[in-house]
Design a protein around this ligand. Structure first.
Ligand code: COA
Length: 421
């Protein structure tokens, strides 16, 4: 039995943040029913397409293991179906612009009245306050959550990261909120609202920078590259590739000179001797000018330059092997190409090849959280409206005639949108 088998999710999510949440829940075994606008569907179906007339990788990689129903929730017949779906489901998940579900005619009070056990989970850009009505995308959240102001080099502009910490990061938070609310419902019998704001999610991930903001009041941040020669203001600066933790780290070049021929090295106190032996600089192991973390702090740049002289003579994987043999933490900079081809990630199901009915084979990132008793089987994403009839019949118990009447009302869109049935 899958961990979330029997949990039915009414999935009003679109773009990235919400879909990542419901995809994770689907992999845990929930029945995720994605409601999409007839004829249009989730906008990502057609965004960044690499192949004509097939759902984009953007969509397929965020919506696997779900079922799709097309429903115009603004039409009268559509609203009647939506009421039935609310009664039949355990969780409603949405990440529309603020107020969209209310404008459809389904404020929280009405949802609660229809189904007091329902958990109503939302992702919004901001929590309550001056910006609560704003629309937000990934990079807006990275900028407003403290990530961009603390990412990049001191002499450069703020940078957004390649990781989708605003969207996928907040999707994870919402997933945890939903599962927690389900657990609470087991004991209280009641559903509740769950809100995950993207600004909050990014700030939570940038926690160490709020730590550093407060440390600044008591002197310079000595592990930052600005120390000792640069200057600090009263705002937490960008730290380049400096480690966010207590042990100094930096990305140094390796042999090859390619864009990703780098390795991230960390100088734990006990690792200094190992580095210096590998670098052929044994005389610096006990030299009081270099031997202790305190002595090295004002000259971290020189420490990493010494190490880089050595790493540039070796491939990054060779450096990794040599350092790991000596119990020294490090991480080669892996490109997406290298990750896509990495056999160990295929073996664990972290990178999965999926066969899609119209696209063919493609790679996706599978379930990153592994449960020993509920392994994820990653399937394809649904075609637009692929399960419309199935959901009306099997989930809502509509008869053939009732389904016909609903088609005739126009609430399900053109029959062609359910061509896959
Ligand atoms: N039938 C009828 N109408 C539907 C529908 C359906 N099945 N599904 C959606 N719609 C309507 C909604 O009711 C809404 O209409 P309204 O504006 O008249 O109320 C509209 O489609 C969707 O609106 P919106 O969410 O504003 O889409 P958008 O493309 O303009 O904005 C975002 C996209 C992401 C900026 C916005 O949804 C948002 O800020 N979401 C919250 C934060 C978030 O998750 N951001 C990250 C996304 S990766």
């Amino acid at each position: 039995m899958k961990a979330l088998e029997g949990v039915r999710i009414l999935d009003f999510t679109h773009v990235q943040s919400g879909p990542t949440c419901t995809q994770l829940l689907a992999w845990f075994g929930a029945d995720v029913i994605k409601v999409e606008r007839p004829g249009v569907g989730d906008i990502t179906r057609t965004q960044l397409r690499d192949l004509p007339d097939v759902d984009s990788l953007y969509f397929t990689m965020l919506n696997s293991n779900k079922r799709s129903i097309t429903l115009d929730t603004k039409s009268e017949a559509g609203k009647a179906i939506l009421e039935k779906l609310i009664k039949a489901c355990d969780v409603l998940v949405e990440n529309f612009a603020p107020g969209a579900i209310d404008r459809m005619g389904f404020p929280w009070e009405k949802i609660q009245a229809l189904n007091p056990r329902m958990i109503y989970a939302s992702i919004k850009g901001f929590g309550p306050g001056p910006y609560e009505d704003c629309k937000v995308y990934e990079n807006v959240a990275q900028c407003t959550g403290g990530s961009a102001s603390t990412t990049g080099f001191d002499d450069g502009p703020p940078l957004v990261t390649g990781s989708q910490i605003g969207d996928t990061g907040t999707g994870l938070n919402l997933g945890l909120g939903i599962v927690t609310a389900l657990y609470h419902r087991e004991r209280s019998g009641r559903g509740q609202r769950v809100l995950a704001a993207m600004q909050d999610g990014v700030l939570n991930l940038a926690r160490v920078k709020l730590r550093d903001q407060q440390r600044l009041q008591h002197g310079p941040l000595k592990e930052y590259p600005q120390y000792p020669n640069g200057s600090f203001t009263d705002e937490c600066p960008r730290a380049g590739n400096a480690s966010g933790g207590g042990q100094p780290g930096w990305a140094v070049k390796t042999k090859g000179g390619g864009a990703n021929d780098y390795i991230y090295v960390i100088i734990q106190p006990q690792a200094w001797a190992e580095y210096m032996r590998l670098c052929g600089r044994e005389e610096l192991i006990d030299d009081p000018e270099w031997a202790t973390p305190e002595a090295r702090l004002p000259k971290l740049e020189q420490c990493f330059a010494l190490i880089e002289e050595w790493t540039m003579t070796k491939e990054k994987f060779e450096v990794m092997e040599l350092l790991n043999e000596r119990n020294v933490p490090c991480g080669p900079i892996l490109s997406m190409k290298e990750l896509a081809e990495e056999p160990s990630l295929r073996a664990t199901g972290t990178v999965v090849e999926v066969d899609h009915p119209t696209r063919g084979k493609y790679l996706t990132v599978g379930q990153p959280i592994k449960l020993s008793d509920s392994p994820a089987e990653v399937g394809p994403s649904p075609l637009l409206g692929e399960h419309t009839k199935e959901i009306l019949g099997e989930v809502l118990g509509l008869t053939e005639d009732e389904i016909e009447a609903t088609w005739a009302s126009g609430a399900l869109g053109q029959r062609a949108s359910a061509a896959a049935e």
